[in-house]
Structures are given as C-alpha cells and as structure tokens.
Design a protein around this ligand. Structure first.
Ligand SMILES: O=C1O[C@H](COP(=O)(O)O)[C@@H](O)[C@H](O)[C@H]1O
Length: 252
C-alpha cells in the first residue's frame, strides 16, 4: 500500500468551508512571503460553491486574516470548450458562485479564462492557455513546470480529477503543461486540462469533495490498489507532502 494522503472529514459543508478558509489563508500567507502574489488553479464542478462559502464568510471581526483578492491570480485546472457564459463553463461557474459575489471593498483577483475566439480548436485553446501560464510564471522558458501556490481539485465519482479521466492516454502526457481532450467521457467531450506533472508539481494541493455520493470513490482511492491507479489516486501518490498537514487527520 502506498503512502496515505492526509484526509480530513467534516460533518457539514459549513465546517468544511471553515477549514478550507483557514487552509487557503495559510497558503496565501506562505505565497505572499515567497513572492508577493498568490497563484492558484481551481476546478469546476462542486468546488466553486464550497470555495465561495469558505472565502466570503461574513467579517464579524473574529477572523484574523482575509483573502487579499487583488494579489490573487486565478487559473483553471481544467476548462470546457464552451463560451464563458455557457452553463458548462468552469469560468462561468466560478464567476457566478464566487467572483460576482466578492465585495468591491475586497479587491478583485486577476482571472485567466480560456480564449473563446479559438473555441472550435481544442488544441489551440490548450496551446494558448499554456502560453498564458508561461507568461505568468517567472522565468518563462527557463521554467520546467509552472509552480502554482495552490491547486484545488475536485474528485469525480469515477475518480477523475481536472479533465484527467481513468485509463485515458492523457494520464501519460509529460511533454505539455496544458493538454486538449476531445473525448471526455463526461460531457462536454471537448475540454482542456492541466497535465499530471503540472498538478503534482504545485506547492500545495487540496482535494475538496462534498456529499455522501463521494464516499465510495474516496474509499476506493484510499484503500485499494485499483483506486491508486485512478487519476485522483495518481495525484495522491505523486503529490506526497503537498497535501494539507495542519490539524488532526482522520480516516473517512
Ligand atoms: O468535469 C468536472 O468534474 C470534476 C468533478 O466535479 P464534482 O462536481 O464532482 O466536484 C471537476 O473537478 C472538474 O473541474 C470538472 O471539469
């Protein structure tokens, strides 16, 4: 059995949100100390709603730190090849659930959506998104892989994460940072995704999974050899000590 990731379980999304807030703010602090900005990648699915709950908690004066959104750069761990206002767009979801709700006084993050002018060409969307990453990660061509301060991931019921699906050839992609996928088993079929080496290279990685529907797949990922070969299992395996370590870990 491979080394286990640190796992936390919370009885409700409110408690999960509070824990996530604390964790994100720790990562923000560390990132500011390292380089003055906070560069993160986020997933779609259920994550934006949880993130919104975590980050937009009302300020009752008891919180010791706040998100300093004006120093945040937000990229997408994966995105679907659809217009940004389409219901399947991960950007659209983040905008609706989080970005549109950030109070004006909190500052605005810099957000990097895909270029919708090239929507018909998935390879071109991926190539241009990779260029966006190259432009925003110091050293540019000299950098082997972009170093996100934090990547927040979802876990699909089949064990997929980003748009990396079980058994798909993209799991073996090591030459590019951002790859197109034309045959996603979960609609829509055309998407782009960060590749596994980019995800596992991040300074910190957090899976955020909510709801009883995730119980079986999490058990499989954490407790079976088959599960370790699923995309979420591969991230766990390769990410090592990048997973959250603060607090008291619990088994599901
Ligand atoms: O298709 C996708 O699904 C995963 C998992 O979504 P969830 O609703 O089960 O949290 C998501 O992380 C990914 O970004 C999205 O494109």
């Amino acid at each position: 059995m491979s080394k286990q990731p640190i796992l936390y379980t919370d009885p409700s999304t409110d408690e999960l949100a509070a824990r996530l807030r604390k964790y994100v703010l720790q990562c923000q602090k560390a990132a500011f100390e390292r380089h003055g900005i906070f560069q993160i990648a986020v997933s779609g699915g259920s994550l934006p709603a949880t993130l919104s709950k975590a980050l937009l908690a009302p300020d009752d004066g008891t919180l010791d730190d706040k998100p300093q959104f004006s120093k945040w750069q937000i990229f997408f761990a994966d995105e679907r090849a659809v217009p940004l206002d389409h219901e399947d767009s991960n950007y659209g979801l983040l905008k609706k659930d989080l970005l549109d709700k950030i109070p004006g006084t909190s500052g605005s993050p810099t957000v990097f959506p895909i270029n919708v002018k090239v929507l018909d060409n998935t390879q071109e969307i991926a190539d241009q998104y990779q260029d966006v990453l190259k432009d925003n990660f110091a050293g540019k061509d000299a950098v082997r892989l972009p170093l996100f301060d934090l990547i927040m991931l979802g876990c699909g019921p089949d064990g997929h994460t980003c748009s990396l699906f079980p058994g798909h050839e993209l799991l073996r992609e090591h030459d590019t940072w951002v790859a197109p996928i034309e045959d996603s088993p979960k609609p829509p079929a055309r998407r782009i995704t960060l590749t596994l080496p980019v995800v596992t290279h991040a300074e910190k990685i957090a899976f955020v999974a909510t709801g009883g529907g995730k119980k079986d797949i999490l058990k499989k990922i954490l407790e079976t050899e088959e599960g370790q070969g699923l995309p979420c299992g591969l991230v766990n395996e390769q990410a090592g000590d990048k997973l959250p370590t603060e607090g008291k870990p619990m088994r599901a």
